[in-house]
Design a protein around this ligand. Sequence first.
Ligand code: C5P
Length: 240
Amino acid sequence: MNPRDHICLALDVFEFDEAKKLVEATSEYIGYFKVGMSFFDKVKSISDMIHANGGKVFLDMKFHDIPNTVSNAAKTATRLGVDIFNIHAIGGTEMMRRTLDSTKEEADNIGGEPPDIYAVTVLTSIDKITLDAELKVRMGLNNYVVYLAGLAKEAGLKGVVCSGHEVKAIKKACGKDFKLIVPGIRPKWMSETDDQKRVFTPERAIKDGADILVVGRPIIMAESHQEAAKRLFHEIDTTF
Ligand code: C5P
């Protein structure tokens, strides 16, 4: 088990050069780099830069549209050579299945590997009350998250993105081979408080069954990006 394969740095910066500095400083310890919507104009150049540094790309665009449209986006993601991308489970199983098929088809066409697809279940900005009173989903937040994870599994996706609080329940329902990407991670050595309220230590998340931890500010805000990445790497290493 290489801890590098279990850490994803969220490249939550705006400039290409800032992203490059982060990748170059940390890729010895970090295997995945998350490229989000703020970089939608630079996905190709950033992906190429990450790959040139030996990293893998997690394209975090959370696609949600009709099956045909998301399938086309999936073909583009496959051509770009990203390693992971995500879609919303509430797009339904037909959308998820057709998206998965498109990545395989396109990968065959170009002679490459299809990216892994993860589903987003319920955004963590939606709380129990909003889900029930506003969105009229009556089955409760946790049940709904596990239900949507089940749909993603049924559609053949690799796994879901979820909070640390949902890891155990989803693993129990979907099995250990269904992979979980978990943000909201705060190492013990990070004393700063920020807008992540219900956070998990890397150790606890991995012990509960998380597969890839998404970490942003603990590394981005650190005095030395490299030292912070190294510390996180060793913390995970001792957990296995
Ligand atoms: O800086 P921090 O470690 O909080 O960054 C976490 C990253 O994970 C950010 O890019 C954020 O958008 C993303 N994320 C999250 N919580 C979710 C889903 C994604 O923090 N539930």
